[in-house]
Design a protein around this ligand. Structure first.
Ligand code: SF4
Ligand code: SF4
Length: 464
């Protein structure tokens, strides 16, 4: 028998046209149908070494779940994924697969890799539609764990510990649970109902979620340590980096976190039906070249009254840290890219932003990050008329939780220092993971930390 011919390109995931989708916040991708999923799954050659698994931070059994999809056993596929990753519908959508599992896929050497992310999302969505199996819970251990933050790390750690029989309480600073999955990732990439579905699983496990509860203000870490047997900190990266340029205080200048929170969490795009407005005017500039910058730009494009949205980035498109897919979607939706451009000052009138002075840049030798260093071209300054600007140049760990805490090791970027194997901090019984230990990281990295921490906490609770 001759060798099986493998299709070189991925089976494309159906998606809505750019013209249609910029009118609303509904999901851009429509996802695979069962037929398309089976066809894509058949592109996997089931290689025995499965390098894709090594590329996944939580070691999802990729060939096994894909084989189940190829056989039409979609619910079994979802359950196989969940042995290692409790949030397949979320990770399948927001993981940077091209830098992780798909990067090392053997089929990718001949053409495009297997679309592992889309298959994972398909399996997760399919199971959610037909009814997720009730999670099993061990007998109560009588031990109590506090989890700070209800984002991907908090959800994962809480689920793992609750299944092991521990009593878990999550403390969430905002008025809705979900953390960055809700306030940071727009619905056109990750619909809120998917996140709420995962939160329902926590409820079934008996996890209590206390909202509007800021650890560091409402209660301090020390109090939690006294009331609980262990604490897991997954409070994320809530501290935005700002540019140190003139005009930063003008009305109309936002940090990306604030802008996205107003729209995604506070429903600003439905103002006046919702109380929180977001002022944009007609022209919005987004400063930065990462995924958050793309999210902001695409969000702004969907807001009423916005006519022009610019991405302003100091290097070229090639150096942009955003996912290629996000850049492509932003361009399809009409976002204008001003690359090799750096803001010099914000210009205002009567306290309101009116424009941004920029300078053209050129690239010289690579710097310590390995990327070519941008340097200003003298005399190339120019002005772009804008009404709003959003800074999306990164963020650091949220410092509130650490305020006034003695004996907690903090690194030079403000991150909590942990043991890399166990996520244990320098404080007895306190563990941490996700953005609060890495600065900006990914959803799946936060979940990987959370799983490690949950295992270490379980062990700790039995030793103490
Ligand atoms: Fe790939 Fe993310 Fe799924 Fe791992 S969790 S297999 S990295 S999509
Ligand atoms: Fe399948 Fe690619 Fe993994 Fe090989 S590396 S098992 S082809 S997904």
């Amino acid at each position: 028998m001759g060798k099986k011919e493998i299709r070189k390109e991925k089976i494309p995931v159906p998606e809505r046209s750019a013209r249609e989708r910029i009118k609303d916040f509904k999901e851009v991708k429509l996802g695979y149908t069962p037929e398309l999923a089976i066809e894509e799954a058949k592109r996997c050659i089931q290689c025995p070494t499965a390098p894709c698994v090594e590329g996944c931070p939580v070691r999802v059994p990729i060939p096994q779940f894909i084989e189940l999809i190829a056989e039409g056993k979609f619910v079994d596929a979802a359950r196989k994924i969940k042995e290692e990753n409790v949030l397949p519908s979320i990770c399948g959508r927001v993981c940077p697969q091209e830098d992780q599992c798909e990067k090392v896929c053997v089929v990718g050497k001949l053409g495009q890799p297997v679309n592992i992310g889309a298959l994972e999302a398909f399996a997760g969505d399919y199971e959610a539609k037909v009814g997720v199996e009730k999670p099993k819970k061990a007998e109560s251990t009588g031990k109590k764990v506090a989890v700070i933050g209800s984002g991907p790390g908090g959800i994962t750690c809480a689920a793992d510990l609750a299944k092991l029989g521990h009593s878990v309480t999550i403390f969430e600073a905002l008025h809705e649970p979900g953390g960055v999955l809700i306030y940071g990732i727009p619905e056109f990439r990750l619909p809120n109902e998917i996140v709420y579905g995962e939160l329902d699983v926590l409820k079934e496990l008996g996890v209590e979620v206390k909202l509007n509860y800021v650890i560091g203000k409402t209660k301090v870490l020390e109090e939690l340590r006294n009331e609980f047997d262990a604490v897991f900190i997954a409070s994320g990266a809530g501290l935005p980096y700002m540019l140190n340029i003139e005009g930063l205080n003008l009305n109309g200048v936002y940090a990306a976190n604030e802008f996205l929170t107003r729209v995604n969490l506070m429903g600003a795009y439905r103002f006046p039906d919702y109380d929180t407005p977001v002022f944009t005017g007609k022209r919005v500039a987004v400063i930065g070249g990462g995924n958050t910058a793309m999210d902001v730009a695409r969000t702004a494009k969907r807001l009423n009254g916005v006519e022009e949205v610019y991405i302003i980035y100091r290097r070229s498109e090639k150096e942009m840290p955003a996912r290629v897919e996000e850049i492509h979607h932003a361009q399809e939706e009409g976002v204008v890219f001003q690359t090799l451009t750096n803001p010099v000052k914000f210009l205002g009138e009567n306290g309101w932003l009116k424009g941004i002075e920029c300078v053209r840049m050129e690239l010289s030798e690579p710097d310590e990050s390995g990327r070519r260093r941008p340097i200003p071209i003298e005399g190339s300054n120019f002005v772009i008329d804008i009404d709003a600007a959003v800074l999306a140049i990164g963020q650091g760990p949220n410092p509130i939780v650490m305020e006034g805490v003695d004996g907690l090791d903090i690194g030079k970027w403000g991150q909590i220092v942990v043991d890399s194997e166990t996520c244990k901090t320098s404080l007895e019984g306190v563990f941490a993971g996700g953005d609060v230990i890495h600065g900006g990281s990914t959803v799946i990295q936060a979940m990987g930390d959370a799983r490690k921490a949950a295992a270490a906490i379980h062990e700790y609770l039995f030793e103490n």
